[in-house]
Design a protein around this ligand. Structure first.
Ligand code: ATP
Ligand code: MG
Length: 180
């Protein structure tokens, strides 16, 4: 499984519709300060279900919507779509390609889509359990996160190992059935 493309529209500084295509290998994103490099990583976190505005370097969840510049009016919604190559079926679905999308309007209304079909945040989270990719996975290492892992509580560090060995889905299912 690898990240094939990211499509953005109205997300932070991406006022124009924009598509990044990646290949199975290493890609670097370079550019001057303030050009939007970190915004690309924020977009990935956001579409995977990030619920914290602070994690996305904003004050409110609506701050991800393009706020306008002198030359361009603000936009009414933000949209990000992430396409994963799933030909090795690491994601537990039949599709060779999986697209996860999220849209949020200024009104606060929002939706997630899985290959174009509306779904719940829970479906997105479950899809990525134990793959290292999800919002709480280790595939995005933010600034200061290494330090947090090294000096963190053993319980918190344990979560990373759970994800790596692939037992998160069982733990979540157990917790859900105990609650019932
Ligand atoms: P650095 O090299 O300093 O880390 P960077 O390339 O990572 O820079 P980002 O932090 O990704 O830059 O982008 C910051 C830019 O995004 C700022 O110019 C900011 O004004 C713009 N920006 C963030 N949110 C919005 C928004 N909602 N609408 C319009 N522009 C936005
Ligand atoms: Mg940056």
């Amino acid at each position: 499984m690898y990240l094939k493309s990211i499509e953005l529209y109205g997300f932070k500084s991406f006022a124009h519709k924009m598509k990044f295509e990646f290949h199975n290998g290493i890609t670097g994103i370079v550019g001057p300060n303030g050009s939007g490099k970190s915004n690309v990583a924020d977009a990935v976190r956001w579409v995977l279900g990030e619920q914290s505005a602070k994690q996305l370097r904003g004050a409110s969840m609506q701050d991800v919507i393009f706020a306008g510049t002198e030359a361009r009016k603000p936009l009414s919604y933000a949209y990000v779509a992430l396409t994963m190559d799933n030909s090795d079926h690491v994601l537990p679905v039949d599709y060779e390609e999986v697209t996860i999308a999220r849209r949020v309007y200024r009104s606060g209304e929002s939706e997630y889509l899985l290959n174009g079909t509306p779904c719940r945040l829970k479906d997105v989270s479950e899809l990525f359990y134990d793959t290292g990719v999800g919002k709480e996975g280790y595939s995005i290492i933010g600034q200061g996160q290494i330090e947090k892992i090294l000096s963190g509580k053993p319980e918190d560090r344990r979560e990373l190992f759970d994800e790596a060995v692939g037992i998160v889905k069982y733990k979540k299912r157990k917790a859900a059935s105990v609650k019932k």
